[in-house]
Design a protein around this ligand. Structure first.
Ligand SMILES: C[C@@]1(CC(=O)O)c2cc3[nH]c(cc4nc(cc5[nH]c(cc(n2)[C@H]1CCC(=O)O)[C@@](C)(CC(=O)O)[C@@H]5CCC(=O)O)C(CC(=O)O)=C4CCC(=O)O)c(CCC(=O)O)c3CC(=O)O
Ligand SMILES: NC(=O)C1=CN([C@@H]2O[C@H](COP(=O)(O)OP(=O)(O)OC[C@H]3O[C@@H](n4cnc5c(N)ncnc54)[C@H](O)[C@@H]3O)[C@@H](O)[C@H]2O)C=CC1
Length: 142
């Protein structure tokens, strides 16, 4: 895995699924001014519908065409797998329910004093990653 900082300002990013996990990914993407589309029959009430393009539908490949990044966040592993398999060659897909079949992972991250801190377990243990993020933040706050 090759860690980089990506400028997502106005870049098309598509989230498939609109639940809890989609909401967490949306928050971080919105903070970086990505152009977010959500494809999902239902949507978490904390997602601001003025800030996203919500396509109220089940996933189908034709709806993915515009995206640079795709995050497969439905609660149906088969659908997430279909998204991963169907993506166009220019797209990078994060399959949130299968760490062995993702082009990229989300990292635990925070900004502090002009720096960005990011932590990853390379997909192995998101819970341990979260703990390390909290410990590092507490240490910096001292
Ligand atoms: C592989 C990866 C793929 C990806 O999502 O990119 C992945 C996968 C999975 N996460 C699961 C569960 C939860 N993950 C979180 C939270 C975070 N998960 C994040 C990243 C990643 N998670 C990637 C690897 C990261 C790495 O390499 O270390 C963080 C860092 C970044 C972010 O999501 O923004 C963010 C912490 C941010 C922070 O607080 O700092 C919470 C919430 C919580 O704990 O509060 C829950 C509880 C459920 C819920 O959300 O309700 C499960 C189900 C496990 C099970 O049920 O067994 C899987 C699937 C699996 O493990 O196969
Ligand atoms: N990577 C991560 O951080 C985590 C990943 N997971 C994985 O993510 C999955 C989703 O979890 P939650 O968001 O909590 O579920 P959830 O039940 O809150 O949301 C699922 C969403 O997917 C949508 N959906 C279902 N079928 C669809 C389809 N065919 N096309 C488009 N949208 C569809 C639903 O309408 C709903 O909005 C879990 O099943 C698990 O595999 C779970 C926890 C954390």
């Amino acid at each position: 895995m090759y860690p980089i900082m990506v400028d997502l300002t106005n870049r098309p990013v598509t989230i498939v699924g609109g639940g809890q996990v989609a909401f967490r990914k949306y928050q971080k993407l919105l903070a970086e001014n990505a152009k977010i589309t959500i494809i999902s029959p239902s949507i978490n009430e904390r997602i601001n519908l003025n800030k996203v393009n919500w396509i109220k539908a089940k996933y189908s490949k034709d709806l993915l065409a515009d995206a640079d990044l795709v995050l497969a966040c439905t609660n149906d592993k088969k659908v997430n797998e279909q998204v991963y398999q169907a993506a166009y060659p220019h797209q990078l897909v994060n399959n949130t329910s299968d760490k062995y079949n993702s082009d990229f992972y989300n990292v635990a991250t925070f900004k502090y004093d002009g720096y960005v801190y990011s932590i990853s377990s390379l997909g192995k243990d998101p819970f341990a990653t979260k703990k390390k993020r909290q410990a590092l933040q507490n240490w910096l706050d001292k």
